[in-house]
Write a protein that binds this ligand. Structure first.
Ligand SMILES: Cc1ncc(COP(=O)(O)O)c(C=O)c1O
Length: 477
């Protein structure tokens, strides 16, 4: 089997220090697999995003998108740091209420059935309305003016969305809202685009501002523009290494004898006779722009047709900006740790490293992680790089944790640890199930006080009064 190039992952210095000094003892005490979350990193991410907004004088509301992770520690930290919260299920509503969020600081997004809608009305949260049926049910059931946003989609030249309503449909709702002031109170309009492209977001903002103006002309007074989430994470420590790896992988897909892809995996590429084309499933791992930089660039960009920056348009018009970041707040705030159970050599020379973890506990849905896990040996080992695929513990052919060959620094032994970096943003929770009666990995919250790490159950985490740990630079693994 070939030894592929390495793709070093970026690691937060706090997380790196934890891995280097405390992880082996924690893994011995709690066993594996484990999800570890770092609320201090979460708090720092929140403070950094907030600084971008306050530096521009923007009246804002940062709503932590709970769906990114099941961690209670993150929810409690968000509450403690004065964030609001975006919830998308009854379970997330319970979690937010338990952490102490008052209903006015809870915004419910996503599609809602009758039961969830009734719970939201009982609780008194802000409701981000996805469709006409939801609005009609709110008007039918509300006993007092329910604060709502309307979700807009279908902007020119953006990808089709199953969420929200097109601008012309929204504009037709103004008379309905104006006729029911005792049932609904329009706070504003919203969108969510999962894109790194400013142009798409600016186009959506422009469409939303036009809608707000038409609402004002209809006698309504919304003042919120909610731009959703979608700010990216930075996974890779070395963009050149990422490019080198993906070039080798693409070339290997053309070679029938190649050993870089497991069992015909093509990673979303369209494989022709002479080249592999298209956008791979792992494209987000290529991003090198931190969320704070992307947010600043968006706010400072000139808004088409307004001859001013988005930030100036917001402040000049006394508009309030709401954001719903998920993965940007969870960036570098979690790792997942598994243990090697055994290695296996297939007749063609392929090496499989079996772990006590399943793919869905460390990979978002149908994606493939394109940064390398760290191998932490139980005892010193001789260096000797090799290529291997990582296999999961489920008795299913498809439970391969990597379907791309990964470079390991030496041949792992049973009991060695593999640390998956930056897993708090959807990787650990989005599709994780309890197949074959394997329990979900326990989740621990890790905090650092000076150089001492403390670890405890995520559910029992309580924030302390101190501010988020000082901003630091991140380092490659
Ligand atoms: C409505 C809405 N807001 C916010 C988010 C969070 O997005 P991200 O994690 O990309 O910031 C999502 C994610 O699906 C969403 O659907």
């Amino acid at each position: 089997m070939v030894t592929p190039p390495a793709v070093p992952a970026l690691l937060d210095p706090l997380v790196r220090a934890f891995i280097d000094t405390a992880l082996p003892a924690i893994a011995r005490r709690h066993g594996t697999p484990l999800h570890l979350v770092f609320p201090q990193v979460f708090a720092r991410n929140a403070a950094n995003l907030r600084a971008v907004l306050t530096a521009r004088g923007i009246d804002h509301r940062l709503c932590y998108a709970h769906k990114v992770n099941r961690s209670h520690a993150f929810v409690r930290e968000a509450h403690h740091r004065g964030l609001d919260i975006d919830i998308a299920s009854a379970g997330e509503l319970d979690s937010a209420l338990r952490a102490g969020f008052p209903p006015a600081r809870i915004e419910a997004t996503g599609p809602k059935g009758e039961r969830f809608l009734r719970r939201l009305l009982d609780a008194g949260t802000v409701i981000n309305v996805d469709n006409r049926w939801e609005l009609d049910r709110i008007i039918a059931l509300a006993g007092h003016p329910v604060p709502i946003l309307l979700r807009v989609s279908g902007f020119p030249s953006t990808a089709a969305s199953r969420f929200g309503m097109p601008p012309d449909e929204i504009a037709r709702l103004w008379p309905v809202l104006a006729a029911n002031p005792e049932r609904v109170e329009l706070r504003g309009v919203s969108f969510h685009l999962d894109t790194g492209e400013h142009r798409d977001r600016l186009r959506a903002v422009t469409g939303c501002l036009t809608l707000l103006e038409s609402a004002w002309a209809s006698g309504l007074s919304p003042d919120v523009l909610d731009i959703g989430g979608g700010l990216r994470q930075v996974f890779t420590a070395d963009p050149d290494a990422y490019d080198t790896y993906t070039r080798a992988l693409r070339a290997s897909l053309l070679d029938p004898r190649s050993t870089m892809a497991w069992s015909g995996a093509t990673f979303g590429y369209r494989v022709g006779d002479t080249a592999a084309h298209g956008i791979p499933v792992f494209h987000k791992y290529a991003n090198t722009v931190p969320a704070t930089t992307a947010l600043a660039a968006l706010l400072d960009a000139e808004l088409p047709g307004h001859h001013r920056s988005l930030a100036a348009v917001l402040t000049d018009n006394l508009l309030r900006l709401w954001l719903e970041p998920g993965k940007a707040l969870a960036d570098h705030a979690g790792i997942t740790v598994a243990a090697v159970q055994f290695t296996k050599d297939l007749p063609d020379g392929t090496v499989l490293v079996n772990l006590d973890l399943s793919r869905d506990q460390v990979t978002p849905a149908d994606q493939e992680s394109l940064v390398d896990p760290l191998l932490v040996p139980a005892e010193p080992r001789h260096p000797g790089p090799l290529g291997a695929f990582l296999a999961g513990h489920l008795c299913l052919e498809r439970d391969m944790i990597s379907t791309r060959a990964i470079r390991l620094p030496f041949r792992p032994h049973p009991g060695d640890l593999l640390v998956f970096p930056n897993t708090a943003g959807y990787h650990s929770d989005l599709s994780a199930g309890t197949a074959a009666m394997h329990p979900l990995p326990p989740r621990l919250a890790v905090t650092r006080d000076r150089s001492t790490f403390s670890t405890g159950p995520d559910a029992g985490y309580r924030p302390t009064e101190e501010g988020p740990c000082a901003p630091t630079t991140t380092s490659p693994n």
